[in-house]
Write a protein that binds this ligand. Structure first.
Ligand code: HEC
Ligand code: HEC
Length: 297
């Protein structure tokens, strides 16, 4: 009896200690993430002119696709629930049209704030909006993209605008596993190229492939799964399978979601359907860029 009592006492102490440790860990995570969430960014921007001719708008439409805007904001810019998980985050990718529930009164300065700097009206970082992958667009491309967004057919939506991060989301943020706060990854005083003259080749491939980095990592060497239950992300440089492919095989892989080795790519993990919006010419440049990223040289 005495022993049982003693055991009970000790297990109670263990449980209480554990709870205290967890509460303390949570407090630390909360404080660390809150500091980063609250950080205000300031910048000065050079104004850019937004065109309104149909050729520029058509180029903007292509950019909207290849820069993955539609994956989160929808094909018509109508927006959608990005994630609804209390532990991770509850977040809406907003309606980008001028319809009800959309962004009305968005000026060029607002587009620059979001796309170049990844911050909200108060200067704090947005959540999950990949501005760090868009910020380096040339002024020409950015202006065309904005021109396209500005003339999106108004769509009325009644979705709630969710914007909160849960404890697991904060943990991932503190562990730097996911880019939750794009503004942290941006050089806010960077100057930007007016336009690229050379629209083919290695440098252009690098420019086009900034959207691959979030998953394949900045060096394109891949790494562990992006979330529990996801497949590992392969090395797509010349040192990986891609190094054994030719241009046609690379293009076919992106278009059909199947690699020369016979592997079916799951669109939920590797978004080959939206990447398929790149033209053949653009994919050739990306292939050239990836091929020469090799330790063998
Ligand atoms: C991975 C998903 C994702 C992609 C890709 C994406 N966005 Fe977003 N975007 C979001 C989310 C989520 C928010 C809301 C962020 C928040 O509430 O902090 C957002 C916010 C915005 C806003 C701010 C709207 C407002 O109400 O202030 C604009 C504008 C925007 N995105 C435009 C774009 C454009 C243009 C592209 C393509 C270059 C793009 N987004 C690509 C997820 C995405
Ligand atoms: C949302 C994350 C994500 C993005 C963005 C992404 N990929 Fe992938 N990619 C993956 C994952 C995960 C796999 C592995 C899929 C599997 O194992 O089924 C993969 C596989 C591949 C493969 C097959 C490699 C092999 O050895 O079999 C190629 C090629 C590829 N990606 C190219 C690209 C290119 C080029 C881009 C940018 C234009 C890109 N990916 C963007 C996640 C992504």
């Amino acid at each position: 009896m005495k022993l049982l009592k003693k055991l009970l006492k000790w297990s109670k102490i263990t449980v209480i200690t554990l709870l205290l440790v967890l509460a303390f860990a949570y407090l630390v995570i909360h404080i660390l993430s809150q500091q980063r969430i609250q950080k205000k960014y300031s910048y000065t921007d050079v104004a850019i002119n937004i065109p309104s001719d149909s050729l520029s708008i058509a180029k903007g439409k292509h950019l909207y696709k290849i820069r993955s805007c539609q994956d989160c904001h929808g094909e018509k810019g109508e927006g959608r629930l990005f994630m609804d998980n209390k532990m991770l985050m509850q977040l809406t990718a907003p309606n980008l049209t001028k319809g009800n529930g959309g962004i009305v009164d968005f000026k060029t300065a607002d587009w620059l704030r979001v796309l170049r700097h990844g911050v909200d009206k108060n200067g704090r970082s947005l959540y999950m909006m990949p501005s760090h992958e868009v910020t380096n667009l040339t002024n020409e491309d950015l202006a065309n993209l904005i021109a396209y967004c500005n003339q999106l057919e108004p769509v009325a939506t009644s979705q709630e605008k969710l914007h909160s991060i849960g404890p697991i989301g904060r943990l991932l943020m503190v562990m730097n596993q996911v880019t939750v706060l794009p503004a942290e990854k941006i050089d806010h005083s960077a100057t930007h190229t007016e336009k690229l003259e050379e629209k083919t080749g290695v440098a252009y491939g690098q420019y086009l492939s900034s959207g691959c980095q979030g998953c394949h990592r900045p060096d394109m060497k891949g790494g562990g799964p992006l979330a529990p239950g996801y497949p590992p992300v392969p090395d797509i440089t010349g040192d990986g399978n891609v190094g054994n492919w030719n241009e046609q095989a690379f293009i076919a892989t992106i278009r059909n979601g199947k690699t020369p080795e016979g592997k079916e790519l799951n669109n939920n993990y590797m978004p080959w359907k939206s990447i398929g919006h790149f033209t053949d010419e653009e994919l050739k440049s990306i292939f050239m860029y990836l091929q020469q990223l090799s330790d063998k040289h």
